[in-house]
Ligand binder design. Structure first.
Ligand code: NAP
Length: 445
C-alpha cells in the first residue's frame, strides 16, 4: 500500500506507472460480521452502538471483473446507510449480499461472512477490468453509489428502475470505508480538482440523492420561485437541498434543531429558518395519535416567514414523525417528495388534505448516473460546496458512525482512508481560491 500512497502523494497520473504498481493481496476495510448480526437483539435502536459492531479488518482484495474498477481510496464518508448496516436495521445487510450472490458467479464474490461498508469515496483508479475504456489507472475519481446490471429493458430510461439496482457498499460488498474499493466503472466521476480528498469524498451519496429528489424531473422538478420546506436542513441531505434551492432561484424554509444548525444554513444564504426544538413542535400526542393543531401551528409559522405563502415542495426524509405535518403544510397542488423514513416507515397522514387539495407524494431514491454526474458537475465547478464538518481516521469509523446515529454531527462526517492527513489533494489553486471566497462569504453572513 506504501507504493500506492507514494504515487498518489507525488501526484503521479501516468497510466503506465500506475499499471506497474502491484495490487496488494489484502487491504484494511471497515466491516460488520455476519455472525454478529443478532448482537443488538432486544436493545432499543438508539442504544445500538456502531462502535461495538464496526470492525477494521484485513480483507482479501477481490478480483476485478468485466466493467469494474479497483480504486485506491484516499477518503470516504459516513452516510446514514452505514448506521443502518452497523445496527442491523431494518434488516441485516447480509440478506442483501446473499440475494446479490445468487445472481451470477461474479456477484457471488460479494456474499461473504463480512461486509465492507461505505457508499462514498475519493481516490485513484488502480486497475480496470475488461471492457472499461472511459477510465484508466491513475485517474483521480469520486464514485457514486448506484450499482446496476442493466440486463433488463426496465432500467434503460432511468437506471434507478433497473430490477437489479443496488446501493454500492450497502447492498453490495467492497465499499468505500477501506483502503481499496471495488466499483463498476459507470460509478466513476472526475474528482473536483479544487477539493481535498476528504471534501471530495463527502457529498456523493447525499448530494446526488438531494439533486434527484428536489431538482430532477424524476423528483420534485423544482423551479425558480418555488418555496421549499427542507427538514434537517443542515444535515447530510438537507445541506445540499438548501444549496440547490438557493442556487436554483427557489426559497428554502429550513428546519433545524439548534442555534448552531441555524447558523450553518444561515451561512449558506438561507433566510427563513425554523428551529423545531425552540418552537417545540409535538406532532404526536402519543404513539398512535397525531395533533393536527400542531400541523396548523407549523403552517402558520411558515406563512409568517414567507409573507403568506404555503410551500410548493416539502423535502421529506424524517418520515413517521413529520409526514402528517408535511402533507398538511404543502400548498394546494404542492408536492411532498420523500426518500427516507428515519423515524419510522409506517407513515400516517390525513388523506383529505391530500386529495381535496390535489397534492402529490413522490417517492425518490438515490440518483441515476446522469443525475449523479450533474450533481458532481456542480461540485467540480464550485457552484455547490461540500458540507464536511469533521474527518475521522479509518480506525475511528465506529465513533464517526455513532455521531451520525445520535445526531451529534453537522453536515457530513468524513473518514480518511489512505490519506495520512486532512488538506491534501487540491490540484486547482485558482478554483480553490474561488471556492474559499464563496465559503467565507457564507461564513461572514
Ligand atoms: P443526517 O445527516 O442525520 O440528517 C438528517 C437530519 O434530519 C438531522 O440532521 C436532523 O436535523 C433531522 N431530523 C432527525 N430527526 C428528526 C425528527 N424527528 N424530526 C425532524 N427532523 C429530524 O442524515 P441524512 O444523510 O440527511 O439522511 C437522512 C435520511 O435519509 C436517513 O434515513 C438516510 O438513510 C436517508 N437517505 C436516503 C437516501 C436514498 O437514496 N433513499 C439517500 C440518502 C439518505 P435537525 O436535528 O437539525 O432537525
Amino acid at each position: 500500500m506504501k507504493d500506492i500512497l507514494e504515487a498518489i502523494l507525488a501526484g503521479d497520473t501516468d497510466p503506465a506507472s500506475w499499471a506497474s504498481l502491484a495490487v496488494p493481496e489484502h487491504y484494511r476495510g471497515v466491516t460488520v460480521h455476519k455472525d454478529e448480526a443478532e448482537m443488538f437483539e432486544g436493545r432499543p435502536s438508539r442504544d445500538k452502538d456502531p462502535r461495538e459492531s464496526l470492525h477494521l479488518d484485513d480483507v482479501a482484495t477481490p478480483e476485478v471483473g468485466p466493467g469494474e474498477a479497483l480504486v485506491a481510496v484516499m477518503a470516504s464518508a459516513i452516510n446514514y446507510n452505514t448506521v443502518w448496516s452497523a445496527i442491523f436495521e431494518p434488516v441485516s445487510t447480509f440478506a442483501f449480499l446473499e440475494r446479490y450472490g445468487r445472481l451470477s458467479p461474479l456477484s457471488k464474490r460479494h456474499d461473504l461472512p463480512y461486509h465492507v461498508l461505505g457508499s462514498d469515496l475519493s481516490g485513484v483508479v488502480l486497475r480496470t477490468g475488461p471492457g472499461v475504456n472511459a477510465w484508466k489507472p491513475g485517474d483521480q475519481v469520486v464514485a457514486h453509489c448506484l450499482s446496476v446490471e442493466l440486463e433488463s429493458p426496465a432500467g434503460h430510461n432511468d437506471t434507478m428502475l433497473d430490477p437489479e439496482q443496488r446501493i454500492w457498499g450497502f447492498e453490495t460488498n467492497f465499499g468505500g470505508l477501506a483502503e481499496l474499493a471495488l466499483v463498476k466503472s459507470n460509478q466513476l466521476m472526475p474528482k473536483p480538482a479544487h477539493l481535498t480528498w476528504e471534501e471530495a469524498a463527502s457529498p456523493g451519496l447525499v448530494s446526488s440523492t438531494a439533486y434527484r429528489q428536489l431538482v430532477s424531473r424524476n423528483g420534485a422538478g423544482m423551479k425558480q420561485g418555488d418555496i421549499v420546506l427542507i427538514w434537517g436542513a443542515s444535515g447530510g441531505l438537507g445541506s445540499y437541498a438548501t444549496q440547490y434551492a438557493l442556487g436554483g432561484g427557489a426559497t428554502p424554509v429550513c428546519v433545524v434543531s439548534s442555534d448552531d444548525k441555524a447558523g450553518i444554513v444561515r451561512s449558506m444564504g438561507a433566510e427563513l429558518i425554523i428551529d423545531r426544538s425552540a418552537e417545540d413542535y409535538r406532532f404526536w400526542k402519543d404513539e398512535h395519535t397525531q395533533d393536527p393543531k400542531e400541523w396548523m401551528r407549523l403552517g402558520k409559522r411558515i406563512r409568517e416567514l414567507t409573507g403568506g405563502d404555503d410551500v410548493d415542495i416539502v423535502f421529506e426524509h424524517p418520515g413517521r414523525e413529520t409526514f402528517g405535518a408535511s402533507v398538511f403544510v404543502a400548498r394546494k397542488g404542492g408536492t411532498i417528495v420523500t426518500c427516507a423514513s428515519t423515524t419510522g416507515y409506517l407513515h400516517q397522514y390525513d388523506n383529505r388534505y391530500l386529495w381535496m387539495n390535489l397534492k402529490r407524494i413522490i417517492g425518490s431514491h438515490f440518483a441515476n448516473y446522469r443525475e449523479a454526474w450533474e450533481a458532481n458537475r456542480l461540485m467540480t465547478r464550485a457552484k455547490i460546496h461540500p458540507t464536511l464538518s469533521k474527518a475521522y481516521r479509518l480506525e475511528d469509523t465506529g465513533q464517526a458512525a455513532y455521531d451520525v446515529h445520535r445526531n451529534l454531527h453537522q453536515g457530513k462526517v468524513g473518514v480518511l482512508c489512505l490519506a495520512p492527513e486532512e488538506g491534501l489533494g487540491v490540484r486547482d489553486a485558482e478554483l480553490r481560491a474561488r471556492h474559499e471566497t464563496a465559503i467565507n462569504r457564507f461564513r461572514d453572513v
